[in-house]
Design a protein around this ligand. Structure first.
Ligand SMILES: [Zn+2]
Length: 199
């Protein structure tokens, strides 16, 4: 697989070579690609957007254009100790966030599940239009991803349960973590059930 990275937005890119390496290696060596059912593509173009942290609170990946032109767009808050591409601890110069590798692994996992794993059955048309329901689906999908990432997971189960707590029962987040729902359809079904129980 050949991976290109273009710095699509965000002005001056600090540590350009290192960031380029983190993203290409993060995809080429992604643990989910080792699964035999994954259709590893010949080429992926990663467009990186670096966004001021007050405009974007957490990284995200947009893979809608992949089937059209093999590109995906990775957006990162610029500087934040938690979820940013860089950290800037007081008194220290700016540096690459040591967590960036894990955060990239998590975002790339959404891409691998949705676009390279037929059996996951991602379906754009099935994506819930209701923001509350969509948020539950993402809480469960995030937990399912981090549960499989092992040492590359950016967050542990307790964090995932804590963030989901207002919308999703802890037990459900734990079931997702333990791969009780292995398809997009399963995740949607579980989210729908959780949402109905809440209302
Ligand atoms: Zn996620």
């Amino acid at each position: 697989m050949k991976v290109d990275v273009v710095f699509a937005a965000g002005g001056r890119v600090d540590f350009c070579t290192e960031i380029h390496g983190l993203i290409t290696q993060g995809l080429i060596n992604h643990p989910f690609l080792a699964c035999p059912r994954i259709a590893v593509p010949c080429y992926v173009l990663v467009k990186l957007n670096i966004v001021e942290a007050h405009l974007l609170s957490a990284p995200n990946i947009d893979h809608n254009s992949f089937l059209r032109d093999r590109s995906i767009t990775l957006s990162f808050p610029k500087v934040s100790d938690d979820d940013g591409l860089y950290t800037h601890l007081s008194g220290n110069p700016i540096s690459i966030n040591p967590r960036a590798k894990k955060l990239i692994a998590h975002e790339m996992a959404h891409f691998v599940d949705a676009r390279l794993d037929q059996s996951f059955g991602y379906n754009d048309a099935a994506r819930p239009s209701d923001p509350a329901l969509r948020s539950i689906v993402y809480h469960l999908w995030d937990s399912y991803i981090d549960g499989r990432l092992g040492p590359l997971a950016p967050y542990n189960l307790q964090c995932r349960q804590h963030w989901a707590a207002s919308r999703v029962p802890s037990l459900l987040v734990e079931r997702a973590w333990n791969a009780a729902f292995t398809t997009y359809r399963d995740l949607l079904q579980a989210a729908n059930d959780a949402s109905r129980r809440q209302n």
